[in-house]
Design a protein around this ligand. Structure first.
Ligand SMILES: [Fe+2]
Ligand SMILES: [Fe+2]
Length: 250
């Protein structure tokens, strides 16, 4: 489905059953949508079960998924173009592998996991597989997006005024203010700042970028686990598994 030779043709789990999906609370809480749990549990009879394992509605992941398999088979189109475009801009700007990797992964949690505090989530997702500096730059880019740095040629993003309202500039939560001060005084400040400088806006030119151009940089800077992402025993393996099986009931 996503062009990978290793999808396998093993049967889907829970064969012959109606497989029910209960969306995660973070996907609906506060939206006004009713709590889906009572209804779904009510349908849990006869032949129906709660979905566990591969969902045929999604491209099947290979047995040992790599970073690029998640780009190809899971992440939303916008995130894919945004991450590849930002990394390409950093590459064209002659930046280091560290900066290019941080750009390539900086919003990875938005791909198919979770949006709130995406810098913090994204850093934790990739931390076991990248250098400490790459993970640090990803974590702090979220706060640094709100902090102008005229000397570095970085302004408060105009689209943030559009997203959040211009008054939000003065309503930033304390943890973001704290973390922008931490980042501002850190030896790796410019790494994270450079991520924000190469962070393209959604309305900018997003010409599709061939992910293959990052193959060598990924090979040098991302420790692909032998067992495959999600199937190793790293501190963030469960996050990758959640992206492999986002519809698991538990
Ligand atoms: Fe971001
Ligand atoms: Fe971004």
């Amino acid at each position: 489905m996503c062009g990978h030779p290793d999808h396998g043709d093993h049967p889907f789990p829970q064969a012959g059953r109606e497989r029910l999906i209960l969306s995660s609370p973070i996907g609906w809480i506060g939206t006004g949508a009713p709590d889906p749990e009572p209804d779904v549990l009510d349908r849990l009879k006869d032949n129906a079960v709660m979905m566990m394992g591969d969902n045929p509605a999604l491209p099947r992941m290979p047995q040992r998924p790599t970073l690029m398999d998640f780009f190809r088979c899971r992440f939303g189109d916008f995130t894919v173009r945004h991450l590849l475009g930002s990394a390409k801009r950093a590459l064209d700007g002659g930046h280091s592998d560290t900066v290019v990797m941080a750009c390539l992964l900086h919003d990875i949690s938005n791909g198919c996991l979770v949006r709130p505090d995406h810098g913090y989530w994204s850093a934790q997702i990739v931390a076991p597989y990248v250098s400490e500096e790459v993970a640090w730059a990803i974590k702090y880019h979220q706060a640094l997006r709100y902090l102008p740095d005229p000397e570095a040629g970085y302004d408060y993003p105009g689209n943030y005024d559009w997203f959040f309202g211009a008054e939000y500039r003065d309503q930033l939560p304390e943890y973001l203010r704290r973390d922008m001060a931490v980042a501002r005084n850190h030896k790796w400040y410019m790494t994270s700042r450079t991520v924000t400088i190469n962070d393209i806006y959604f309305f900018e030119d997003m010409t599709p970028v061939d992910p293959e151009i990052f193959t060598d940089i990924i090979a040098r800077n991302f420790r692909q686990p032998e067992a495959g992402l999600g199937h190793d025993d790293s501190p963030s393996a469960h996050m990758w598994r959640t992206m492999i099986w986002p519809n698991n009931f538990l």
